[in-house]
Design a protein around this ligand. Structure first.
Ligand code: IFM
Length: 401
């Protein structure tokens, strides 16, 4: 039986993108350098012009607003704003300011991400987050970017998935040192990076608040829903504690916390297990697990009680748009149940607005809107119309299992 769940007033209803994955030509960033370094075989293709959203953002916003979304999460790019240490590009700041105004003009409330995986190359070359003074440099960038969020922006995400940023440091150090990564699951986050990111987050929150006191600040964690197989309970709790909980706890006192959930990791007595034979996998190879979202919001609410939650990412990489609708219906059903049980969720942003650059390849398509790789023509998929319409009805479709 299908029922529905009415969204509370003010609930954010949107789709998400990041700068590097959609803009194209992010030539001053460490990711651009990495994509062209030949360092690992994990980069199938470079980001190139990505979705050309640096130029086509008005079209992206027209589509999202026309589909019914009321909110849009997008990122601004540190490497564009500060391509060389201490040299700030006023045109880049003005560009992002125009995006904020363009969103507002179309009836979209912008949620602005200040950092989403990429760094200016100079910052990476001086040692990244673990190098002394990194948080001061981040705060200096945030202050330079203040015109972007000074007006018309109610929500700022300081850092996207700090836990993944710290995991990537471990992964890259391991690979470049000739080591191997665990066959299943993720390596441990680099500790010095994780601590520096927490300090940088606090500094950024203080900077944003001092410049624009009305802005509600938070950061978004990559949640790690786990399924403990018999005997794996302690390993699962340890896995989640080190890779998720410490980052959730660092959000204590924030205006909101971002939840980002896609899949689950099965954990046995000896650690993470492969996706079982026969289980459905998405284009990223992850297990199809729409219940990850409910698990993530409930776990976050229990770990940082009293902090409102915004789902800043949830979605599926698939070429079968009907599976996207099925996945999202089930994810939203779980979300509605968690909210009915009292979990304080203030918004939902689907990942992603567009088929975009999935950190090494355009193959895993997460988008509600297809992007032709040759012409950049955007074509909304049926899922986009379906999900966007919820912005008008303010009513979540929920299914009874
Ligand atoms: O594409 C990424 C995004 O940049 C961060 N969160 C997970 C998404 C899907 O892998």
């Amino acid at each position: 039986m299908d029922t529905s769940f009415t969204l509370p007033g003010g609930f954010l209803w949107g789709a998400s993108t990041s700068a590097h994955q959609t803009e194209g030509g992010n030539t001053h960033s460490d990711w651009w350098a990495f994509e062209h370094s030949g360092l690992t075989d994990r980069v199938e293709e470079p980001s190139g012009v990505a979705c050309d959203s640096y130029h086509r953002w008005p079209e992206d916003m027209d589509l999202l607003a026309g589909l019914g979304f009321t909110d849009y999460r997008f990122g601004i790019e540190w490497a564009r704003i500060e391509p060389a240490p201490g040299e700030f590009d006023a045109d880049a700041v003005a560009h992002y300011r125009r995006m904020v105004e363009g969103a507002r003009a179309r009836g979209l409330r912008p949620l602005v991400t200040l950092h989403h995986f990429t760094h200016p190359l100079w910052f990476a070359e001086r040692g990244g987050w673990a190098a002394k003074g990194s948080e001061d440099l981040f705060a200096r960038y945030v202050e330079a970017a203040a015109p972007v969020f000074a007006e018309g922006v109610d929500h700022v995400c300081t850092i996207n998935e700090p836990n993944m940023v710290a995991v990537m440091v471990t992964a890259l150090t391991t690979l470049t040192g000739g080591g191997t990564l665990p066959e299943h699951g993720m390596p441990l986050p680099d500790e010095a990076t994780a601590e520096a990111l927490a300090r940088a987050h606090r500094r950024a929150v203080d900077s944003v608040k001092s410049l624009a006191p009305h802005v509600r600040t938070g950061w978004s964690v990559a949640n790690q829903p786990c399924r403990a197989e018999p005997g794996g309970e302690q390993r699962a709790a340890d896995y989640r504690r080190t890779r998720e909980d410490v980052f959730l706890e660092a959000a204590h006192g924030d205006d909101w916390i971002g939840v980002q959930a896609y899949t689950r990791t099965r954990i046995g007595p000896a650690g993470p297990l492969p996706v079982p034979d026969g289980a459905e996998r998405t284009l990223t190879g992850w297990e199809y697990a729409p219940d990850a979202l409910a698990d993530a919001v409930r776990h976050t609410a229990a770990t940082v009680p009293g902090t409102p939650i915004v789902v800043t990412e949830n979605g599926i990489a698939t070429s079968d748009d009907e599976r996207r609708v099925a996945y999202t219906t089930e994810a939203l059903t779980g979300l509605a149940r968690a909210m009915a049980d009292g979990v304080d969720v203030r918004g939902y942003f689907h990942w992603s607005a567009l088929d975009n650059y999935e950190w090494g390849s355009f193959r895993p398509t997460f988008g509600l809107i297809a992007v032709d790789r040759d012409t950049f023509v955007r074509t909304p998929k049926p899922s986009a119309a379906w999900l966007g319409a919820i912005g008008r009805t303010r009513s979540l479709p929920t299914v009874t299992p």
